[in-house]
Write a protein that binds this ligand. Sequence first.
Ligand code: FAD
Ligand code: UDP
Length: 372
Amino acid sequence: MKSTSKKYDYVIVGAGLFGSVFAREAVDKGKRVLVIDKRLRTGGNCASEMRDNIDVHLYGAHIFHTDYEDVWAYVNRFTRFNNFINSPVANFKGKLYNLPFNMNTFYALWGVTTPQEAHSKLTAQRAAYAHITDPKNLEEKALTLAGSDVYETLIKGYTEKQWGRKATELPPFIISRLPFRLTFDNNYFTDRFQGIPQDGYAAFFNRLLDGIEIKLNTDFFADRKPLGQLADNLIFTGRVDEYFDFRLGALEYRSLNFVTETLALENFQGVAVVNYTDAETPYTRVIEHKHFRADAKSAQTVVTKEYPAEFVSGAEPYYVINDSKNNALYAEYKKLADAEKGVLFGGRLAEYRYYDMDDVILSALQEAKKIR
Ligand code: FAD
Ligand code: UDP
């Protein structure tokens, strides 16, 4: 890339993980970078805020986990991680089950105490669905994987609340991410590396973006033309359909409402995350933030209920919906994106992809490698 008379080499829309990692790499390669974000803080959905020595995850529980050694080494340049292991509990109509699906779960469900007993029980449960050889939707996938007891108790209610759709209308891959094992192991993730930034996500982003020019409270679409003229290269991490003025139609998203309160209690639920898997409880998860960090001593506790919500105009597009209809529409937007000169579309919203944090970092690092 040639240096021009323009003030910056890159304008980066979005100070989330993709934008921030790309910005760090570009600046470290001597490029002039401006990062903008419409929010009032950096971090995108990973943002957190320290309250009374408790790091409050502002947009839902964010547990860093990865199997990529290089990504793990990269993030450790900007923070130390604690040894948090996500071991959520499911609450179904008042009864508790360990997640992900493991021997503790099967013991609570069926009273089985050995892997052999659990295996027999699962085989019998799955037998009813043996005719489904190629699961076409999430319900079929869950039933062939685990049978009806696990599905009805731990999956159906949660999934249908979360996505606002019948499990028969959702793609199977959504639950492919959930481990299923015949050991007494409550670790939700299977990756080798896992943890929470010891001094919080805000401190992590401050270090990642150290020395980089940032303009918050700045919506790209409010000043699109002048912002676009500041540099020859734009990195865009917002909504791809919005970038193209919805000219092919609007993509669908799922939103959330977070209701956070401080309780005059030392310990509310004894674990960081409790999933409410029945259909009647209106929220999907309750997060008790202090449990992300064993050193978060406080006489109080901060608790967030996560309510799934319809995505309406003005709401936050937290989750993309990778069903066939939306994937097909995105494929058309992708053609426009690929043809857009001088613009890189990266991250969860711009690539319309259910990305975990480590995959977003990997993708930003790979894109940044192309900077000359
Ligand atoms: P974002 O974080 O969404 O950042 C995009 C940024 O762009 C935002 O700050 C936004 O304000 C800004 N922006 C958008 N449009 C504009 C505009 N027009 N003008 C200016 N700025 C704009 N991943 C994990 O690995 N572990 C977890 O435990 C985990 N938990 C999650 C829980 C929830 C509830 C959610 C929703 C996601 C979770 N994730 C988790 C995924 C993780 O949040 C994402 O992988 C990551 O944040 C994506 O980074 P990003 O930069 O692509 O997008
Ligand atoms: N899921 C479920 N029951 C649970 C937890 C998850 O059925 O107790 C399903 C649900 O469909 C969810 C998917 O598994 O959308 C992925 O769960 P994960 O915890 O990975 O979701 P995320 O943290 O990305 O929201």
